[in-house]
Design a protein around this ligand. Sequence first.
Ligand code: SF4
Length: 317
Amino acid sequence: MIVQWIDRKGKVLTPSNIRCLSEIPTVNLTNGCVHDCIYCYIRGYSQYPGESIVQVYRDTAGKIADELKRKHKKPATVYFSPSSDAFMPVPEVLDQAYQTMRLLLTRGVGVQFVTKGIVPNPILKLFAQYPQLVSGQIGLCTTDDHLNAILEPNVPTASQRLACMSQLMDHGVKLSLRVDPLIQGLTDSTSSLEDLFFNVAKLGIRHVSVSYLFLRPAITRSIQQKLSDESLSQRVLSAFSNTGDARVSGQSIRAVSLPATVRASGYARVNQIARKYDLVTTLCGCKNLDLTSSHCRLTNLTVHAKSQNQEEQLHLW
Ligand code: SF4
């Protein structure tokens, strides 16, 4: 693993071009992510630093403090991180996450996050002080750790992520599950979803957002190179043969999707299984424009924030 420090060019708090995030500022603490998920779309970015390399932006908290000073109205909440993971297992990144989240929370700005990592104790304790301001999503697509090790080589195991969910909830964090990407024939079997949903429902999770894998050239190359088991690679990629391009909302790059009928019946089945466990599913509209106009709402939750000396609940989407 290689960790490099870099200076950020431009603003920290930036709107995302992903539709579900278009209304809140987002923060990436790094360029690159050492989780090295084989399906990760950042592999296609021109600034992608490479496998197991992470470039950490210097003093993100200080820069946000300056930006907040210049804003007429502070944001209700900030989202971590559309193109990296704030809780990857790199001490420099976790330290930046702590400093940045503390800065926001102490100024009354909410923190929303999505992660496949483990939230460390100091940050759990920080979150516990601001339960009305913090919500998050944990990315987990299957409890099969043999598959997880292949698809997400540097990500904690399913049981570690489930334990992290439990800890976050014990510290007052509103939490949901993100099943993205669901991979046809690999992670979307009924038994796999039953086991996943059973385990998260047991923790008290009630919301799940879901989306099937989309392919872009860099993702296809990564799957071909990383899946040494050729039959596995074939199983993943053959499902995409004879399918057309699809547009991902807010992004100029086209992606290859599973046929709409395959996705629609897959989502219907996911929904049916989820309902057995009292889970409410939300489909990501950004990546399924042909099926729904709904927002997946990423963290799919609301935050409370102080505004004009009054506490009000802000619905973010
Ligand atoms: S955790 Fe997210 S950002 Fe990091 S490699 Fe995996 S998909 Fe990409």
